[in-house]
Design a protein. Structure first.
Ligand code: GDP
Length: 184
């Protein structure tokens, strides 16, 4: 695991980075209601809160969590649904993010189309070496599926992203998603 870039030391200089000082900023993007907050809460607290409200307008969630291997992760969700009036804040949000997770809802083609917008935003504002994942959430709602797995895969491959389908409700693939933190 190469931690040099994140800890600010050069991994080639032989100095082992101190895992205890590893801080990772992870941003989640995607339309309101796709389940970003639920994904983070499921991972961080092992809970699913079905009363979690759909975000209207802008909201911001920032949660810093110490993982078992002493990595500290700052999860940030900037939920503006891509509203133009927040565009000026975008560079702040993306700055220093090592990981970006773009979420859509597999029952919502609109949210999948919007994922493309968020990927473009990342390419514009994100660090060139940011690790990106495309995530199709609400995979428990198979009978309501409107976005094919293959479409998600194709989109991810086209943009050099990891791909996964998750369910914050059943916890399916949630831990696997955050394994991404081990490859940066
Ligand atoms: P956010 O706006 O992207 O942060 O979305 P939320 O996390 O607030 O979730 C929006 C709604 O989707 C809530 O009513 C959740 O209960 C529901 N939800 C989130 N994840 C899942 C999931 O994996 N499966 C199902 N069935 N519902 C989910």
């Amino acid at each position: 695991r190469n931690m040099g870039r994140l800890s600010g030391t050069n991994s080639d200089n032989g100095v082992a980075p101190d895992a205890k000082n590893l801080r990772v900023k992870l941003v989640l993007l995607g339309d309101s209601g796709v389940g970003k907050s639920c994904i983070v809460l499921r991972f961080v607290r092992g809970q699913f809160d079905p009363t979690s409200k759909v975000t209207v307008g802008a909201s911001f969630l920032s949660q810093t969590v110490a993982l078992q291997d002493s990595t500290t992760v700052k999860f940030e969700i900037w939920d503006t649904a891509g509203q133009e009036r927040y565009a000026a804040l975008a560079p702040l949000y993306y700055r220093g993010a090592a990981v970006a997770v773009v979420v859509y809802d597999i029952t919502s083609p609109e949210s999948f189309a919007k994922a493309q917008y968020w990927v473009k935003e990342l390419q514009k504002h994100g660090s060139p070496d940011i690790v990106m994942a495309l995530v199709g959430n609400k995979a428990d709602l198979q009978e309501k599926r409107e976005v094919a797995v293959q479409d998600g895969l194709d989109q991810a491959e086209k943009n050099g992203m990891l791909f996964m389908e998750t369910s914050a409700k059943t916890a399916d693939n949630i831990n696997q998603l955050f394994e991404i933190l081990r490859i940066i």
